[in-house]
Design a protein around this ligand. Structure first.
Ligand code: ADP
Ligand code: MG
Length: 704
């Protein structure tokens, strides 16, 4: 058998079960083998029947004195009762709706049972216990530590064990080792076949843990190899080398209405240096909302333009692109550049000849100018500039000499996508500057984001007031509403954020909370205020209109789901109230908080929570203590694990590997090992198995 064989070809798996397995996304032998148990039950200790502990799982071994089937006609249930005896005592076992047991288990047989002991009408019962005959050479379900799998209707852990045990025995010797021996020794890891066996059928909890460690390590190691390799491959690409024009940088710096922060200076130096190289920059600029990332992009852009390169900037929403357009043309007014804004309807153009204002221009014209190189900087949404799927009627946007791509809050924009924009000049890949307010903890930056270089802006510009943050429980809800009303009377505006109910519930549930909250606030709490709502089911157009109206102060309170997270500047908003704050990640809460406090007014953030258990308390307290997104994300990673840091789910890591990612030290060491191996042997010629696994891994993960 081969790892890729479909499950229906596996002996003992019939068509009905094959179908069920496929429904669980377990399609091949390999899927089945790598479907690791979610937990274990320790059924290794057999206790004398007289020592059975009530309301606990007990394992016993004894002889079946009697077994019989009863039908309870009222509820149309069948009931199997058995009386089991060992040298110390006897106990009743009962099973519901498993009438076949009277055919499987016979009077006089010696069996093992494991199940919860309950007391009913003064008698002790083992309630629907797991069972296994002692006559078997080796037990699978009892008398050992047993694996517990993710179950669905008709697919029980018992079934998985029944299938896996013989498979593992049979296959173990044919499984190739994927980690070089040197590394296994260095990290004291179990070998592959031992780990695979032990993760399913561990000899002890200790070996189960070691097996998990081995596979977690392997996952992190592959990610590290993968990102190191990408980084190496990137250096083989060609990019336009854009020298630093210090003159123009100095001119821009001194024309700014503010002084750059230390981090802004450092980040722009890093960016400019990268762009001098002959291979494409791949840099992520991370900084909190309001930390001033845009001006770094402006500096990189003007330097590119003055070296006869075009620049494209893409943002997720139309409003954001307009905001950027405004910033760019304000800051670059005296720098003799042409800037285009592509919105889909009212495309705009700022020409150096006009100097003072913008003009409307047809899309056709804008595209022509871009191709001719008459537009220096083009700004638009990614959906317009590089759509994933293009309508036939839409013309492709091509540049004459694209040197820099800036993406705001989109994280990735791959080499191929960048090349595509360059049209004829596809042999040169434009540099990439990706800007994000999502803080990336170091261990993730080294693994999942390991192919990117990181620049950080950790300080906010001078003069910003710290947002006052408070944790609010139900008893203080009234007071908070009163406070909000006062703030609005004073002239401010407020956000109210509602969480999704459950990550996997359908979206209607999400809307309902927003709708309910909206109803409650507008009818009961603030009948005299103007309130609107916003949620993910609305069209992009509707959402934009709501945000625009909010910005124009056409209403006072915006009740919204997390869609406002990547949003626009509403300088007049001074209150951020977050319902169910404990359900959000700290980095996300921090992002919400960043929506206020964007003017010289004092702003407030209220974190509402019903539960205040220890973790919640610790997390929300951190929100009060720190106003640094980077720090907060590190804390969250420690307290909660990585969850779904943007896009990390697409890496398809098992949960336990995700939890190892928390271990920054291990991650760092693993990454060094990956770097070392690739430095010695870039094509992995000495590690054929590793190479094969890495290729499979690459196939599974599509980043772009
Ligand atoms: P973000 O990092 O969220 O994209 P922006 O670039 O939009 O932040 O900057 C937020 C605001 O801060 C803008 O109004 C910008 O003009 C201002 N700003 C940027 N840098 C500084 C600075 N060094 N000193 C004062 N204000 C600054
Ligand atoms: Mg920004």
């Amino acid at each position: 058998m081969k790892l890729g064989d479909p499950v229906e070809n596996i002996p003992r798996i019939g068509p009905a079960f094959a179908k069920k397995l496929k429904k669980m996304n377990l399609k091949t032998l390999s899927d089945l083998l790598f479907n690791f148990p979610k937990s274990y039950k320790d059924f290794s200790k057999i206790s004398p029947i007289k020592n059975i502990k009530l309301n606990e799982e007990n394992c016993v071994q004894g002889k079946i004195l009697d077994i019989e089937l009863e039908r309870t006609w009222v509820k149309k249930m069948s009931l199997v009762r058995a009386l089991i005896q060992d040298q110390t005592a006897s106990v009743q076992a009962i099973w519901f709706n498993q009438s076949y047991l009277t055919n499987t288990l016979k009077k006089g047989e010696e069996i093992l049972l494991a199940g919860k002991a309950v007391i009913k009408s003064g008698r002790i019962y083992l309630y629907s216990p797991a069972y296994e005959k002692v006559s078997l050479k080796e037990t699978v379900h009892i008398g050992r530590i047993v694996p517990v799998y993710q179950e669905t209707k008709g697919l029980t852990s018992r079934y998985f064990r029944y299938i896996l045990k013989p498979l593992l025995r049979g296959l173990a010797d044919k499984m190739p080792e994927t980690l070089p021996e040197k590394i296994r020794e260095e990290y004291k890891l179990l070998d592959f076949k031992e780990a695979l066996y032990q993760i399913h059928f561990p000899d002890s909890m200790e070996t189960a843990k070691k097996a998990r460690q081995r596979f977690s390590f392997e996952n992190i190691f592959f990610i590290s190899l993968f990102s190191c390799k990408k980084r190496m491959e990137n250096k083989k690409e060609k990019a336009p080398s854009i020298p630093v024009n210090q003159n123009i940088i100095d001119r821009l710096t001194s024309s700014l209405p503010f002084e750059l922060t230390k981090d802004q200076k450092k980040s722009s130096e890093e960016v400019l240096k990268d762009m001098e190289k002959t291979w494409p920059m791949n840099r992520l600029l991370q900084g909190d909302v309001g930390s001033g990332k845009t001006v770094v992009a402006v500096m990189a852009s003007i330097n590119a333009v003055k070296n006869k390169n075009q620049v494209v900037l893409m943002a997720p929403t139309e409003i954001l692109t307009k905001q950027h357009f405004k910033t760019f043309f304000n800051l670059l007014k005296d720098f003799n550049v042409n800037i285009g804004l592509l919105t889909g309807k009212e495309d705009k153009y700022y020409s150096k000849k006009l100097k003072s204002d913008t003009i409307e221009i047809s899309r056709q014209k804008l595209l022509e100018k871009t191709l001719k190189g008459e537009i220096d900087i083009l700004i638009g949404t990614q959906a317009l500039i590089a759509p994933k799927k293009k309508k036939k009627s839409e013309k492709k946007i091509l540049f004459k000499s694209l040197g820099l791509v800036v993406v705001d809050e989109q994280h990735r924009f791959g080499v191929k996508q960048r090349a595509a924009l360059s049209g004829k000049n596809q042999d040169k890949i434009p540099h990439l500057l990706s800007m994000t307010a999502t803080p990336i903890p170091r261990s993730l930056a080294l693994t999942v984001w390991g192919d990117l270089d990181l620049s950080l802006i950790t300080q906010l510009p001078k003069g910003r007031k710290k947002i006052i943050t408070e944790v609010v429980t139900e008893k203080d809800r009234e007071k908070t509403y009163q406070f909000i009303e006062k703030e609005i009377k004073r002239g401010g505006q407020a956000f109210v954020i509602c969480p999704r109910i459950e990550a996997n519930e359908d979206e209607t549930a999400e809307i309902k909370t927003v709708e309910q909250e909206y109803e409650k606030l507008s009818k009961e709490i603030f009948p005299r205020l103007k309130i609107e709502m916003l949620h993910g089911k609305m069209s992009a157009k509707e959402k934009e209109k709501k945000m625009k109206d909010f910005r124009a102060k056409k209403f006072d309170i915006l009740v919204s789901t997390s869609v406002v997270e990547v949003g626009i500047d509403i300088p007049n908003a001074t209150v951020m109230m977050i319902e169910g704050a404990d359900r959000f990640g700290l980095a996300q809460l921090h992002q919400f908080r960043g929506r206020v406090g964007r003017s010289n007014q004092q702003s407030y953030c209220f974190l509402l929570t019903e539960s205040l258990n220890q973790t919640t308390r610790a997390r929300l307290k951190a929100m009060i203590k720190y106003d640094n997104g980077f720090k907060l994300s590190e804390i969250d990673l420690k307290l909660r694990g990585p969850g779904d840091f943007f896009g990390i789910k697409q890496w398809g890591l098992p949960d336990f590997a995700m939890s190892l990612i928390k271990d920054a030290e291990l991650v760092e060491k693993t990454r060094k090992t990956a770097e070392r191996i690739l430095a010695e042997d870039p094509e992995l010629e000495n590690y054929p198995d590793l190479k094969r696994r890495l290729e499979a891994f690459e196939e599974k993960i599509h980043l772009e």
